[in-house]
Unconditional design. Structure first.
Length: 59
């Protein structure tokens, strides 16, 4: 894992739904709206793998 500028470990396997840049990145990557990403996080949790699989099913 890499570390942030504050010295904390980053977990790239998770999507931080409260961080707009994370939601925006995932939305652009999957070609969906930011609301779709947030809804997916609510339904399957914040695992990046599960969120991406859920978004793939919906498109």
């Amino acid at each position: 894992m890499s570390t942030t500028s504050r010295g904390r470990a980053q977990d790239r396997a998770r999507v931080a739904g409260g961080q707009e840049y994370e939601v925006r990145y995932e939305a652009r990557k999957e070609g969906v709206s930011q609301d779709a990403v947030k809804e997916s996080i609510r339904s399957v949790g914040n695992s990046r793998e599960k969120v991406e699989a859920d978004l793939e099913k919906k498109t």
